[in-house]
Design a protein around this ligand. Structure first.
Ligand code: ATP
Length: 199
C-alpha cells in the first residue's frame, strides 16, 4: 500500500505551490479539488444526480458544469450544498482509490485537499501536512492572484477553520511567510523528516 500524506492549508497559504514543489521532487500528488472539478464534467452519473438536485441549468448548453449557477443556488440554500457535497465526495473518494491502485507499494503520495480537517479526511491519511502563513501574507497573495479585495479574502478566511486549530491537528507544519526560495527549503526539511519515518 501507499503511504498517504494529506496536504492542506487555508486560502492563499501556498498549499498548491507546495504540491508543485513536491511533484518536482518526484512525488505523486492527487489534487482532490481539481479532480472534483473534472469529475462533475466527466462522470455521467454525477451529472445526472446533480441535474436531479439542481435542475438542467446546472449544466450549460455545451454540457459543461455551470459553476456560477450552482454557486448561486447553494449560497442561498445550504441544505442543497450538503446534498451536493454528499453526491460529489464519494465520487472523489472512489476516484482516489482507483488512482492509488496505480501507485507503487510503499510509495509516499500526497493528497492535496482544501478541507482535509474540516471534513475529517485526515482520518483516511497516514499523516497530515499543513501549509500555513500569516493572514497578511495570505490575503496579499490572494489579492494579487485573484484580484479579490482585502475584505473578500478576509471573509473567506474567517469562514475557514482557525489556523491555530489546524496547526494543533497537523503532523507536519510548513510555515510560508518568506520567499518562494524559503518555501522550497521548508519543503526540503519536511521531505527529509518524512523520508526518515518508519512505517
Ligand atoms: P487557494 O486555497 O486559495 O487555492 P493555495 O493554498 O493553493 O490557495 P497557492 O495558490 O499555492 O495557495 O498560493 C497563493 C498565491 O501565492 C499563488 O499565486 C502563489 O504563487 C503565491 N505564493 C505562494 N507562496 C508564496 C511565497 N512564499 N512568496 C510569494 N508568493 C507566493
Amino acid at each position: 500500500d501507499s503511504r498517504i500524506f494529506g496536504l492542506t492549508g487555508g486560502i492563499g497559504s501556498g498549499k498548491t505551490t507546495v504540491a508543485k514543489i513536491l511533484e518536482n521532487m518526484g512525488f505523486s500528488i492527487y489534487y482532490s479539488d481539481a479532480r472534483a472539478k473534472d469529475l462533475v464534467n466527466e462522470s455521467a452519473y454525477l451529472k445526472s444526480e446533480i441535474i436531479k438536485l439542481l435542475g438542467e441549468d446546472a449544466y450549460n448548453k455545451d454540457g459543461l458544469y455551470n459553476r456560477k449557477y450552482v454557486a448561486n443556488i447553494v449560497f442561498t440554500n445550504p441544505g442543497k450544498l450538503d446534498v451536493l457535497n454528499s453526491i460529489i465526495h464519494p465520487a472523489v473518494k472512489s476516484d482516489f482509490k482507483n488512482w492509488l491502485q496505480n501507485r507503487e507499494d510503499k510509495e509516499i503520495i500526497f493528497k492535496e485537499t482544501a478541507l482535509l480537517f474540516e471534513l475529517d479526511l485526515d482520518k483516511e491519511c497516514h499523516q497530515s501536512v499543513l501549509v500555513t502563513a500569516e493572514d497578511n501574507a495570505r490575503s496579499k497573495r490572494v489579492m494579487d492572484r485573484d484580484g479579490k479585495t482585502y475584505r473578500e479574502v478576509l471573509n473567506i478566511m474567517n469562514k475557514q477553520m482557525p489556523e491555530k486549530e489546524k496547526i494543533k491537528r497537523a503532523d507536519f507544519v510548513i510555515y510560508n511567510n518568506g520567499t518562494l526560495e524559503d518555501l522550497q527549503n521548508e519543503v526540503e526539511k519536511v521531505k527529509s523528516e518524512i523520508m526518515a519515518l518508519q512505517f
